[in-house]
Design a protein around this ligand. Sequence first.
Ligand code: AMP
Ligand code: MG
Length: 346
Amino acid sequence: MKRPFLLALACALLLTGCTGPAQPTHTPTSDPTAESTTFAMDTVMTFRLYGGTEEDLTAVTSRILSLEQDLSVTLEDSQVYALNHSGGEPVTAGEDFLALLALAKELGNRTGGALDVTMYPVVKAWGFTTSEYHIPDEDTLSALLANVDYTSVTVEGDQVTLPAKMELDLGAIAKGYAGEMAANLLRERGVTSAILNLGGNVQTVGSKADGSPWRIGVQDPQQTTGGYLGVLEIRDQAMVTSGGYERYFEEDGVRYWHIMDPHTGAPARSGLVSVTIVGDKGGLCDGLSTSLFVLGREKALDYWRTYGGFEAILIDDQNNIWVTGGLKNNFTLVADSPYTLNIVEE
Ligand code: AMP
Ligand code: MG
């Protein structure tokens, strides 16, 4: 090998070997230094950086838009679209798609299929993708359910295969994952204080400038307290909620919501009306919020005891709130709440 080449190689190794933040750490500020509102992934997202710059904001926004571009079920050049129109042939998936498929599979396995990313045809049949709502008949549902099975999705290296009649949608986990990736990017860029709201999924980076935690309202699913039922304090974590009140229609006095039980093909009737998950990984929190809603309180708490790694606020249709032990000092009910607070210990 020639000397100049060795020198160049040594330089390249030195450069790539550098693992510290790409930019100097920004000092956190008490007022936002950069903020924006973006419509992406079918929802309104607000990003607020306390100490970051417009460039940091642009980097985050383009990361989110490229995730949407790869993972959207409706954009015709996305990887998910390609898979859904592959006729059973293998499709090449990028890193994010592969990571989400692995997460979906793990959660599907751990929840006995309560999370099933191949539910899309059923979700469509109820009209949740178009807002043209209607209750499908039993025959239609059982025909559709015959092609719902996340275990039929196979991954070999970066090649993903989905049987021809099936359709996959990452809507139950993608927003939380997007928040997680955005937070990672900001941390790498030296931002130490930020709050990202991805359509109600809240992702925080660090804490407020004075070191105190972020205070985030937990939505009242029955709106009896006119908005928030309580406040949660978190630092550097994600808080993701799945609620029956978020998207629904009513017929003959019955409410039908967008969170479905893959075993019945109908809106999940577990007794829970809202599930909030708090944890370090937004993608996991998002997947859990949906699947623990489907499982119901007892199985959700069994899951928490078995696997841990997150905390939860479960709200049932009898005005009970169940808060897991790790949050007992971080969650406060609003004054004169009609809800009964229960702390769940291990
Ligand atoms: P989330 O708001 O995160 O709870 O996700 C709900 C969305 O995920 C719905 O709008 C559906 O598109 C999809 N979905 C509903 N039920 C399920 C389920 N059991 N497993 C996977 N995806 C689901
Ligand atoms: Mg979810």
